[in-house]
Structure formats: structure tokens, C-alpha cells
Design a protein around this ligand. Structure first.
Ligand SMILES: [Zn+2]
Length: 319
């Protein structure tokens, strides 16, 4: 364990995280880099580090009108939070006990610059295999980014108590949507009593599209409740990554019954291919790997194929 000021440790962790980040080098990542750097340049760090959203404007690119910067920096707290797993892993690898947390201290107050504070929080290290402890022949997956799913997150959040309540909720939503839609279409057909073949085809096409749309969102949710992890439908993903996974995962809070509450999470798992050093993304397995989630190498998805366990975050080459 690294000795000294907790915030210094946290800033070091932040800087190392930015340096090893495997996702897109977005503007927010480069702003984070500048923030951690300026923290480490100080002679002395207290328990908190504060800054204004206007402090790091020079680190945004020259072509930037400023509005993109404003948008990015206003979400800097949320961005760090969605990368907490990655920060925790960095802390484990470098034996640093703390990770940085950014909070906005004048949320929703006026139109002036936002004020932020950075504090150190204890790194959550359970379940993370350190880089030098990965068993030989295995690869380690990193949680690159995570978030609550859009739409569904808001819908299900208050209901993520017991499994059966969620089943009822999801069933009710789907059923009412379907019944409503069938009534609407039925009414429409009766009203127009169309004999025109083109109108009929058009109606049929829109019906199919809508039903397919509904199915493509609701089917993965159903599957996810029992299988715990599925490929995340694009419509539910707030993250920009090409491949994300929808997880139905236990929360820290325990109910009186001893069972844990569960919640949906959208997570991007990634690893480095040990054969060609390219990026590995996680997908639903096909053909002989049907029913499993597997890691596929970006450059050779046919041959560089790996198993994937979201609990151990480890995998090994599949024949
Ligand atoms: Zn590869």
C-alpha cells in the first residue's frame, strides 16, 4: 500500500487510469488528464481539491467553439463515475488504495461556472485479479465503462426489489403496449376498411416493424433476468461503444430475507488479445458457442476467440 496523502494516491491512480485507458480518447479523458496532472503538480494537497468548470478551458482543442467543452466538463463527475471499475482495477494493479471521486458542489445553481471538488475514496478491490496475478493461459477483461441503461433504467430503478415484482412489471408493460397497439391497428383497419392492396401492405409493414422493435427491446430484458448477462440492445445503451453487455446484477444492499436487490447495468467489457495485441470485445456466441458470451478479437474474430466469465473477469482461448 502506497503511503502518504490519500488524495495524492487517488490523483496518481487517476493519472495512471487515463494513461492506460483502452476506450476512445475523448475530450473528457484529456480534460481528466489535465486535472490529475495539475493536482500532482501542487506542492501540497489537502483532503479535497476544488476547481471551476472554466479552469481547464485551454486544454480543449483549438477548433472548439467552447460549447462542446462546456458540455463535456459539465458531465465530468458522471464520466469519472462511469469509469469507477477501471479506476479500481488500476488501483489494484499499482497497489494504490484510493481512487478519485469528482462531485459538483453547486448543482443547478445559476448559469455561472460549475464548481467541482475531488476527494479520495477507498478503492474497491474485491473480485479484481491484479495484472501480475492472472493465471497463465488466461486473459483478464476490464470493465471499460458502465452506466444505468437508458429508458429501462428509469422504469425499473424503483422496482429492482424482488425478481417476481420485476417480472410482473415487465409483463404488464409489454402486455399493455401490445394490447394498445392491436386495438389501435384494429380500429384503424375498421375505420378505413381499406381494399387497396398498397395500403394493406403499408399497414402490414408498419405493424411488423413496430412489433419487431418491441420484441428487440423486451426479449433481451427477459433473457437477462434469467441469464444475468446478455448483449445489450443499442436502444438501451447510453454508451457509445460498439459492443456492450446488459447485466442484471446484485446490489450491495441486502433485504431482510437475506437476498440482494438487483439492478440492470450496461457494461463494456474489453481485453487485449494475447495473440495480436488487438482489442477484444464481448458478444453473444454463435454456432458452436451458442448460448455463451465470448470474447472476439477485433482483427481476427474467427480464430482469436476466448471464453468470458463476467464474475471472475477472466477468460482463456477457445478451441
Ligand atoms: Zn487477435
Amino acid at each position: 500500500m502506497e503511503q502518504g496523502n490519500q488524495l495524492v494516491t487517488a490523483a496518481k491512480c487517476g493519472k495512471a487510469f487515463v494513461a492506460s485507458y483502452t476506450g476512445k480518447r475523448t475530450k473528457s479523458i484529456s480534460i481528466l488528464d489535465k486535472i490529475f496532472e495539475s493536482m500532482l503538480e501542487l506542492d501540497e494537497l489537502k483532503d479535497t481539491f476544488t476547481f471551476l468548470s472554466t479552469d481547464y478551458i485551454e486544454s480543449a482543442s483549438d477548433s472548439d467553439s467552447g460549447s462542446a467543452y462546456k458540455k463535456t466538463i459539465s458531465k465530468i463527475d458522471a464520466i469519472l463515475e462511469s469509469h469507477q471499475s477501471f479506476l479500481n482495477q488500476t488501483a489494484v494493479d499499482l497497489d494504490l488504495g484510493y481512487i478519485p471521486k469528482i462531485e459538483c458542489t453547486n448543482k443547478g445553481k445559476g448559469t455561472g461556472p460549475k464548481a467541482f471538488k475531488i476527494t479520495a475514496i477507498k478503492a474497491l478491490t474485491t473480485g479484481i485479479t491484479a495484472a501480475d496475478k492472472i493465471p497463465s493461459g488466461y486473459i483478464r477483461y476490464t470493465i471499460e465503462e458502465e452506466a444505468k441503461p437508458t429508458l429501462l433504467g428509469k422504469l425499473v430503478d424503483g422496482f429492482s426489489t424482488e425478481g417476481y415484482r420485476l417480472h410482473i412489471l415487465v409483463t404488464a408493460v409489454i402486455t399493455s403496449l401490445l394490447i394498445g397497439f392491436i386495438l389501435f391497428v384494429g380500429g384503424y383497419i375498421l375505420l378505413t376498411k381499406t381494399k387497396n392492396i398498397l395500403d394493406f401492405l403499408q399497414l402490414g409493414l408498419s405493424l411488423t416493424t413496430l412489433l419487431f422493435g418491441l420484441y428487440s427491446i423486451t426479449a433481451p430484458i427477459y433473457k437477462c433476468i434469467t441469464l444475468r448477462i446478455v448483449e445489450c440492445p443499442t436502444l438501451l445503451s447510453p454508451l457509445s461503444s460498439a459492443s456492450a453487455q446488459l447485466l442484471y446484477t446484485p446490489m450491495d444492499v441486502k433485504r431482510k430475507s437475506g437476498r440482494r436487490n438487483r439492478q440492470f447495468k450496461v457494461v463494456v467489457h474489453t481485453a487485449i488479445c494475447p495473440v495480436c495485441q488487438s482489442r477484444i470485445d464481448v458478444y453473444e456466441g454463435k454456432n458452436q458457442f451458442r448460448g455463451r458470451m465470448i470474447g472476439l478479437c477485433e482483427e481476427n474474430p474467427r480464430e482469436h476467440v476466448f471464453s468470458f466469465d463476467y464474475m471472475t473477469r477472466l477468460g482463456k482461448a477457445l478451441p
